[in-house]
Design a protein around this ligand. Structure first.
Ligand SMILES: Nc1ncnc2c1ncn2[C@@H]1O[C@H](COP(=O)(O)OP(=O)(O)OP(=O)(O)O)[C@@H](O)[C@H]1O
Length: 954
């Protein structure tokens, strides 16, 4: 075996590298080599066989002669066949696929190239036979299509084209057709009837072919034979339609003449002449193949020979091509064999460009062009190929998702900012200078906070409560706000003169502050900070839903000691409960409890006068879940900075009008308010100055009628709430009333519901101005009664202020007015009917009385501490108006003592205004009306002070 290397091998390797470029590989001419066995002559000469196929793709030259070492010893092709391989194998592996392409509309050409007697005719005859057989077999298996087979045959003999199917031996001309390429003029083309017909024609061709005897081949083919089978097919369904498309392709079976040199063939005379012509065509074929193997650049001399002209499309054009190079293994033909292999090597480099050939009818062509036009327009409309449509849609979906997420992010940011803003407001309110100073003053008892105002010198050293002496432990403790409250912890007596002060109200009555949340204060709250806590009521427990449940424990869980109504009313029971659960921190996160429970525990007993308000103390504003009035965000008078900014003299002269600026007051002295609903369902409340006359009320009636649906909803809610209360009451006290009495009570309660709804004035507002006027009258009357009861029951000043400022005559306020009135009435009745005796027996009565008075005193103390919020001018104005001598001492204290001490409306309004200013009553809407339906505690303020206190302690 010779060494592998040399120029030829390098050329093949180069071609191999070209194939490995990745991606779609160009289809090249399929090249195979077939070695025939030594024939009889060669065997006679003892011509050795120098060629051997060492595998399916490589043929080697076995005899390495020194003088021929310049040639490669091994050649690799798509397939090589040894002498033992039969033609069937060659066909199956190297020709079949190509030949059968024709039935799919792809042109195909199968060559046999080699020297004379190398076996070209032998091979091509077999391949043609097998191909025809397979083609017809394919046709049989595809009956859905109709095939038309046409056969033509020609030979190129001495550079003349002859029709092998015709007896006419005159040469045929070659014509150039712009669509079909080179055509052979007048070439017979037989439409095949069947396979036998083709066999007959093939036999005819064989007979017609120029055959001569050479020294190498007794039956030497002296011409290039081209057998052409054209196959057209279409689906039978569309055969008779003009819109059908037809596949049309041609397969050429080319049996070339011998490529040997004339000298080798020992040609002379006619044979020599034939050889010249033969070699001319083969030389051109070789040139074309060689040039094509180097690419399509430059001129390809197709037209230099008849052979290359006719086979132009099959040589690197629109056809699949297979070349079977036949060679003799004999040493004597080694040169011809090398030339054949060189030709084959070049042919292996030629790239073809086979395409499916579709012949379309005019209609089909029009349709095709229309589809193509639509496709191109679509591509223009949507940049990118049509195949990118789905990708484009995917991108759009992604963009939509991104946009949606960005919107969500934006909304979340807005929510966050809003929450931050609210937090900032709260912190600002808590951390404002006044509050800080106040706390600083309270937390630093050694520092007199009256340094800037000697007029009210009142040292609170030792009373601030930041440190107190505990008799139990005899040591000074720092107050810890989170400590458990021990109800039994000894009081630390205030040394402040405020402690010595007798409360302005000397009447003994149950303090309604127990209802307003003061019940939750701790008994050790002699400390100064607790004063503020008391004033701000139930700031802790109102924020704690869990606590409210805990507060119910004495009522719901079987306690050994059933609490008396008075105890409950006074908050004693609740205080104990609070002490048990004082460790629980208020949670602003906890959801509000159900309305049902709250009504059951709280509202119902108050509404049913026959059932004392035993559960009232457990009401918490944080749980206020009454159906929320839509005007709950209505106006709450803002205590503006201009409250006291008016000229003091003017205040002195017309105090009423001054206060009216702050609190809209009706002509009859009662603040009134109407509520409007805007398109968004929001409520805009404003002064009801116009209610002074009936016509204006009527105009509001019209407005109210426009919002009838909303108001009716409110009415329904109220009715439902009352009904719910009634039902809960019935469930809670089933044994207390016989069935008959229950029915009677039910009727009464239904009447109460109707009356309450009517009292709410809603019907009147909706129906007539006359009703509105009646409601206003009822409101004024009830407001007077409530004010009197506040005074009687020593209700918290802060509570009075909130309530007074919140409810100013809106029909929707009737519910709260009713609840408030009944609570206070219950307290008054309890007091007058001797219930106090029971309480007193339990030694609670005195506790409650003293407690209520103490609460009021601490409120005043707190207000006194807040006087610094007033400017000197404002204070002077107030001193003057309220009869406090400007040269007297402790004027601030005197002022605090005067607040809410009378029941006339001028005094009430001024007191409410002053308290609101001092406690920093914030913007409207921060206190919800609903909480007054369940608790007296202003929610927002409670939270505010709660936060303020604990932030300071933190
Ligand atoms: N592979 C083969 N196995 C057996 N016999 C073969 C083989 N190839 C060719 N022969 C025989 O060799 C002889 C010459 O073959 P063939 O005529 O096909 O050569 P050729 O290349 O066509 O020659 P020419 O170019 O002169 O026509 C024939 O008798 C044929 O039977």
């Amino acid at each position: 075996m010779g060494s592998i290397g040399g120029e030829g091998l390098a050329q093949w390797e180069k071609a191999e590298e070209g194939d490995g470029g990745g991606g779609k590989e160009d289809e090249r001419i399929l090249v195979s080599v077939r070695l025939r066995p030594l024939n009889a002559r060669e065997l006679e000469r003892n011509d050795p066989s120098d060629w051997e196929c060492i595998n399916n793709t490589t043929v080697i030259f076995k005899n390495c002669l020194p003088d021929r070492s310049m040639y490669p010893a091994a050649y690799t092709f798509d397939r090589v066949f040894g002498f033992k391989c039969n033609t069937r194998d060659v066909y199956e592996e190297c020709a079949k696929e190509v030949a059968l392409s024709v039935v799919s509309g792809i042109n195909a050409t199968i060559f046999a190239y080699g020297q004379t007697s190398s076996g070209k005719t032998y091979t091509m005859t077999g391949i043609t036979e097998y191909s025809v057989a397979d083609i017809y077999d394919y046709i049989k298996r595809h009956e859905e299509r109709e095939f038309i087979l046409k056969f033509s045959a020609m030979e190129i003999y001495n550079e003349a084209v002859r029709d092998l199917l015709s007896t006419d031996t005159s040469p045929l001309r070659l014509l150039d057709d712009p669509e079909r390429g080179t055509i052979v003029e007048k070439l017979t083309e037989e439409t095949l009837r069947d396979q036998n017909h083709l066999k007959e024609l093939l036999s005819l061709c064989e007979a017609q072919r120029q055959i001569g005897e050479t020294s190498l081949n007794e039956m030497s083919s002296r011409s290039h034979q081209i057998l052409r089978l054209t196959i057209e097919s279409c689906t039978r369904e569309f055969v008779n339609r003009n819109s059908s498309s037809t596949l049309a392709a041609t397969v050429n079976f080319v049996d070339l003449a011998g490529s040997e040199r004339a000298s080798q063939a020992l040609s002379a005379g006619t044979r020599l002449k034939e050889g010249c012509h033969i070699n001319r065509s083969l030389l051109t074929l070789g040139t074309v193949i060689r040039k094509l193997s180097k690419g399509r650049n430059g001129h390809i001399p197709y037209r230099d020979s008849k052979l290359t002209r006719i086979l132009q499309s099959s040589l690197g054009g629109n056809a699949r091509t297979a070349i079977i190079c036949t060679m003799s293994p004999a040493r004597s033909h080694v040169e011809q064999s090398r030339n054949t292999l060189l030709f084959a090597s070049c042919a292996k480099q030629v790239v073809t460009n086979a395409q499916v050939n579709v012949v379309m009818s005019d209609k089909a062509l029009v349709k095709h062009l229309q589809r193509e036009l639509a496709r191109l327009e679509s591509e223009l409309r949507y940049p990118g190929s049509a195949s990118c449509t789905s990708h484009f849609e995917t991108l759009r979906d992604k963009d939509a998702q991104i946009e949606k997420m960005e919107q969500e992010i934006k909304e979340l940011i807005q929510q966050r900012d809003l929450a931050q803003s609210r937090l900032d407001d709260l912190l600002r309110a808590v951390g404002d200078d006044g509050a800080s100073r106040q706390w600083d003053e309270m937390s630093q008892p050694s520092i007199s906070h009256e340094q800037d105002t000697p007029e009210d010198v009142c040292s609170i050293s030792g009373t601030s409560g930041i440190a107190y002496q505990s008799p139990d432990i005899g040591s000074t403790r720092s107050f810890a706000p989170h400590e458990n409250c021990n109800l039994n912890e000894p009081h630390v007596e205030l040394s402040n003169e405020l402690d010595k002060e007798q409360d302005i109200s000397s009447r003994d009555s149950i303090s309604s502050s127990t209802f307003s949340g003061m019940i939750l204060q701790h008994r050790r709250d002699k400390t100064f900070d607790d004063h503020c806590r008391e004033v701000q009521c139930v700031q802790i427990h109102t924020l704690s839903t869990s606590k409210s449940e805990d507060f119910n424990l004495p009522l719901t869980e079987g306690s050994d000691k059933v609490p008396s109504q008075a105890e409950l009313a006074s908050g004693e029971m609740l205080e104990n409960s609070v002490s048990q659960f004082s460790d629980s921190r208020p949670s602003m996160e906890q959801p509000m409890k159900s309305t049902t429970k709250i009504f059951d525990d709280v509202v119902k007993p108050c509404l049913n006068e026959s059932t004392p308000c035993s559960a009232m103390p457990i009401m918490t504003s944080g749980e206020s879940a009454l159906t929320r009035s839509r005007n709950c965000e209505g106006s709450l008078i803002t205590t503006s900075a201009s409250f006291f900014s008016e000229d003091a003299e003017q205040h002195h002269k017309t105090p009423h009008s001054d206060l009216s600026n702050e609190f809209p007051v009706s002509h009859n002295g009662f603040p009134t308010r109407t509520t409007e609903f805007d398109n968004d369902g929001k409520i805009e409340a404003h002064s009801l100055e116009e209610s002074q006359n009936l016509e204006k009320v009527s105009s509001h009636v019209v407005e109210a009628q426009n919002t009838m649906i909303v108001r009716e909803e409110y009415i329904t809610n109220i009715s439902n709430n009352f009904s719910e209360v009634v039902q809960m009451d019935r469930r809670q006290h089933p044994a207390e009333l016989p069935l008959e009495q229950m029915n009677q009570q039910e009727q009464v309660q239904e009447y109460e519901i109707d009356r309450t709804v009517k009292d709410a004035g809603i019907d009147s507002v909706l129906c007539s101005a006359e009703s509105s006027s009646r409601w206003l009258f009822d409101f004024e009357r009830k407001q007077h009664e409530i004010i009197e009861l506040w005074h009687t029951c020593n209700v918290s000043l802060v509570h009075r202020t909130y309530f007074f400022l919140l409810f100013k005559g809106d029909p929707a306020d009737s519910f709260y007015m009713e609840v408030e009135h009944r609570r206070l009435s219950f307290l008054g009745n309890t007091s007058s009917q001797g219930h106090f005796d029971i309480v007193a027996t339990n030694n609670s009565h005195n506790v409650m009385i003293s407690s209520s008075l103490r609460y009021l005193r601490r409120e005043r103390e707190m207000l006194y501490k807040q006087m610094h919020k007033l400017s000197p001018e404002q204070r002077i104005t107030l001193y003057t108006r309220w009869g406090i001598a400007l040269d007297s001492k402790q004027r601030r204290l005197q002022l605090a003592r005067c607040v809410w001490t009378k029941t006339d409306m001028v005094h009430i309004r001024e007191s409410a205004s002053l308290v609101a200013k001092l406690i920093g009553l914030l913007e409207q809407g921060q206190a919800l009306k609903e909480m007054f339906g369940l608790s007296f505690t202003p929610q927002q303020t409670s939270r505010r002070y709660f936060s303020w206190k604990h932030r300071k302690f933190a």
